[in-house]
Design a protein around this ligand. Structure first.
Ligand code: AMP
Length: 417
């Protein structure tokens, strides 16, 4: 019996992977232009890191983590998101001592035990960006501007930005109490998980995926009515700057994001071109998280983009594929040896060359050159071998000319550009 891959874990095959490479390369360029540096973090962390940062009552920690005991009985978890790990590394390596503002990005797989469907997988890839050390609302807007710019550069056309403020440790407790009173009077409609969350963390009812809970939550009080003056000023500044940059947005007072650590600004970008799983990116501020993880009292903000969903949006995009410059077609064993030497020499000069091994007919080799969409075919037969030459065929125009290989590869390299 053959062994197949795990449900929700996918192979990204050649033909598909080019879109991923385009996404990753474009991301690196743009994020680095905005001053971000890459950080590579492990996929495995102590379970406690996620339980403490994401929050015990969240769907992620309660139901979706891939946690297991290692050989020594320690509970480890495949990371469900990157922020906690980036902050752990930031604290562990005292990165705050190097410079007051740190901008870090990472690209890699995340793991969540969710029900797989189009655009939702159990292993999925995220681009993650974090800025540590800035309280100014300008950075909130900078991140949104950068994110939207990146999406535009990738060719994602229709995007919708929603923003909200989740308050801070001063004003959120009042909102939490108001939510508790609201849901208490509707207890019988809530799912069993939310009944429990009502006691432990009523905010989490707001992102329950059960239809009945979602419906009740849509009438819940708005956090915006509870913001303290500092949080209001911060949120007003964010909205004002978004307007200055002419960035359309809607305020969604019910967007709480599925993680406990957010404070103040929260934002999400979705696309109407995607199906049910229409969220492309989400992020927000987490001004207390570093401190809660045992680090310094430094504010932070970040976002994550889902690469699978970007790749879905780029499905129709052309021009992402590269093709070989030259296909070398050789006839007869002696010419094949020469062809092999020439192919290797051209590759060592940085030119993409393809060749067939085995004694194939010229017709079959030319068919392969066509299939690979090579710009040129270089034909080396017995006849050419004698005169130390080869025939260069432009595969688009069909134009052919003889190239003298006796004097080296210069003429050939010049002709193929
Ligand atoms: P989150 O960390 O939940 O805010 O997710 C950030 C982004 O990651 C989302 O907007 C999605 O694009 C993507 N994402 C989250 N969960 C999944 C998943 N299970 N499969 C694919 N993409 C996901």
């Amino acid at each position: 019996m053959t062994i197949v891959g795990i449900r929700g874990f996918r192979d990204i095959l050649p033909g598909d992977v080019e879109r991923w490479q385009f996404i990753e390369n474009t991301t690196r360029k743009i994020l680095e232009d905005f001053g971000f540096k890459e950080i590579k973090i492990p996929v495995l962390e102590k379970t406690e890191l996620f339980a403490r940062s994401i929050g015990e009552d969240t769907d992620i920690v309660e139901k979706e983590m891939y946690s297991f005991l290692d050989r020594k009985g320690e509970s480890l978890t495949l990371r469900p998101e990157a922020t906690a790990s980036v902050l752990r590394a930031y604290i562990e390596h005292n990165l705050y001592k190097e410079e007051p503002i740190k901008k870090l990005y990472s690209i890699g797989p995340m793991f969540r035990y969710e029900r797989p469907q189009k655009g939702r997988y159990r292993q999925f890839y995220q681009i993650n960006a974090e800025v540590l050390g800035v309280e100014d609302p300008k950075i909130d807007v900078e991140l949104m501007v950068m994110l939207l710019h990146l999406l535009k550069r990738l060719g994602v056309r229709r995007t919708d930005l929603s923003v909200n403020s989740l308050g801070c440790s001063r004003c959120r407790p009042q909102f939490r109490e108001s939510l508790r009173s609201f849901f208490e009077t509707r207890l019988d409609i809530l799912c069993p998980d939310c009944k429990r969350r009502l006691k432990t963390n009523p905010l989490r009812i707001m992102d329950c995926k059960m239809e009945t809970c979602t419906k009740v939550a849509s009438d819940a009080p708005s956090i915006l009515d509870f913001l303290c003056s500092e949080c209001l000023t911060h949120f007003d500044a964010v909205k004002e700057m978004l307007r200055t940059f002419e960035i359309p947005y809607v305020v969604n007072p019910h967007m709480v994001r599925g993680l406990d650590y957010y404070t103040r600004t929260a934002f999400e970008i979705s696309s109407s071109e995607l199906g049910a799983q229409n969220a492309i990116a989400g992020g927000g501020r987490y001004d207390n998280l570093l401190k809660e993880l045992g680090g310094p009292d430094i504010p932070g903000i970040g976002f994550a983009i889902g690469i699978e969903r970007l790749a879905l949006l780029l499905e129709e995009r052309e021009g992402l594929f590269r093709f070989p410059k030259v296909f070398v077609a050789a006839l007869g064993s002696e010419a094949q040896n020469d062809a092999f030497r020439l192919t290797t020499a051209l590759r060592l000069k940085g030119i993409w060359v393809e060749i067939d091994y085995g004694d194939k007919s010229l017709k079959s080799q030319m068919r392969r050159a066509n299939k690979l969409k090579a710009d040129f075919a270089l034909i080396m037969g017995e006849q050419e071998l004698k005169s130390g030459s080869a025939i260069l065929r432009d595969m688009k125009t069909g134009h052919q000319e003889e190239i003298d290989l006796g004097k080296g590869m210069d003429e050939l390299i010049e002709k193929i550009g």
